[in-house]
Ligand binder design. Structure first.
Ligand code: PHE
Length: 467
């Protein structure tokens, strides 16, 4: 019987551990590093609103779909989809969506590891007191010095990839639980401390307005960016949540669980935004500075408060751990799949995959310095070119991978997963697996999965094309 399948990769001890693991996956650089800088680049309030709408109308239904597919299938995403499709009399080709997700997750890991490496570097600088009393300008220069040094970046990137591989090789279930219990609450407390500092800058309200003022005319500017980021921050569309769902105990209600994860993730992102922007404005920095935003603003904050050296060090350690618990979930779908498929050991499979991601990640390392002029996806006046050295427009390697994954692969993967749960699985299967605490809500939730979320993805794609 389907109901009693068990996963060969382990199982979470309880619903709470799943919540911790899924929150560990969701909360990461996406919340603390990416959300603020994307908000800055797309003009503030309009982006934030689209992001919130996408989280609740599109992201959460997809997260539900992924969790229930995983728990029903009890295998890696590819094999769960394959076996559930066959059971339902549908084409096993549905599993291709999971295959695509798996590749997307590995691509994300390649650049994620580089950025997580920055926080390793910052732990050291913070600890040494390098940022004591630093100005916004000085912090900008320090960040520039880091990204322009390929060797330093390679060192930290390699170290982070090793850390990720280490936990995966031992098995996620054993490795994650202990760390998460302590780290998640602590991260939140330190964010609140930062928020407290922001309030003393005298620019708190400016930051607040920047984040929440509604500008109707800018709503369409970053819709696709906002939706892509909603997928990224919730870890959906790639199979990470699905694979964690496969390790979830049978009796837990998926609905409440997923809502908890979504709300926690959103709270962390908004707190990070509220904490950062006042510092940006107080330091006369540009909100649209891009990927360096957090790495330039935080040293200014920590460099100028009492106990800043200590708090800053702890903060970057927490960022590192948050990134770590996310990166683990990027690797797990592929590792679980290859273990099932090749019967090789976890350690072996992990080493091969981590090495591959590391290599691709080197492209990102170099895109910040020696290969900054290598441009992909160039739309020039005389036509489109996939690659051109030194082109005016176009995206460097890091931007290209980020674009390809967040804006294209994640939404497509999520769309496939939610369509599968909504239209291929039987209604009774979905109802039974979701086990909502308030069964009367089921028709609404089911409708969100069948209609609202898929339509949301399609509308955003179309809006992006016509805007
Ligand atoms: N959600 C993670 C973050 O916000 C990133 C992530 C994306 C994790 C995709 C897993 C899969 O940092």
């Amino acid at each position: 019987m389907t109901r009693d399948k068990v996963s060969i990769h382990g199982a979470w001890a309880s619903r709470w551990v799943f919540i911790l693991a899924a929150t560990g996956s969701a909360v990461g650089l996406g919340n603390i590093w990416k959300f603020p800088y994307m908000t800055g680049m797309y003009g503030g309030g309009a982006f934030v609103i689209m992001y919130l709408v996408c989280i609740f109308l599109v992201g959460l239904p997809i997260m539900l779909a992924e969790t229930l597919i995983g728990r029903r299938g009890r295998q890696s995403p590819v094999n769960s989809l394959k076996s559930l499709a066959l059971e339902a009399g549908a084409s096993p080709k549905w599993s291709w969506a999971a295959l695509m997700g798996m590749v997307a997750a590995l691509l994300i890991l390649s650049f994620y590891s580089v950025v997580a490496g920055w926080s390793l570097d910052y732990i050291i600088s913070m600890g040494r007191g390098t940022f004591d009393g630093i100005s916004a300008e000085g912090a900008g220069a320090a960040f520039g010095a880091l990204t322009s040094d390929p060797w330093r970046l390679t060192l930290w990137h390699s170290l982070f990839m090793l850390l990720t591989g280490f936990v995966i090789a031992r098995g996620v279930v054993a490795g994650l639980e202990r760390g998460l219990r302590i780290m998640m609450p602590l991260l939140f407390v330190l964010l609140l401390v930062l928020l407290g500092y922001s309030m003393t800058t005298g620019h708190f309200m400016q930051g607040f307005h920047f984040l929440f003022d509604f500008q109707p005319d800018r709503l369409l500017d970053g819709v696709l960016a906002a939706m892509g980021h909603a997928f990224f921050t919730l870890s959906v569309g790639v199979g990470s949540i699905m694979v964690y769902g496969a390790y979830m105990p049978r009796q837990a209600s998926i609905g409440a669980t997923v809502l908890t994860v979504g709300v926690l993730d959103t709270l962390v992102a908004l707190t990070a935004g509220l904490a950062l922007f006042p510092i940006v404005f107080a330091g006369g920095l540009e909100p649209s500075a891009g990927p360096g935003l957090m790495f330039v603003t935080l040293p200014v904050a920590f460099g100028n408060i009492a106990f800043g050296q200590l708090m800053g060090t702890v903060f970057f350690i927490l960022v590192l751990i948050a990134a770590w618990t996310s990166s683990i979930s990027m690797l797990e779908p592929a590792v679980a799949y290859l273990v099932e498929r090749t019967q090789r050991s976890r350690a072996f499979v992990t080493s091969v995959l981590a090495l591959l991601c590391w290599l691709v990640g080197m492209g990102t390392v170099l895109s910040f310095n020696v290969a900054a002029d290598a441009k992909f996806f160039v739309f020039a006046e005389d036509g489109f070119r996939l690659f051109q050295w030194g082109a005016e427009g176009g995206r460097n390697f890091f931007d290209s991978i980020d674009y390809l994954t967040s804006r294209i692969l994640l939404p497509l993967g999520g769309l496939a997963f939610v369509l599968f749960a909504g239209w291929v699985l039987q209604r009774e299967t979905v109802r039974d697996e979701l086990a909502l605490r308030h069964p009367r809500l089921f028709p609404w939730v089911y409708w969100a999965m069948r209609v609202v979320a898929p339509l949301g993805v399609l509308i955003v794609f179309v809006a992006e094309l016509v805007k």
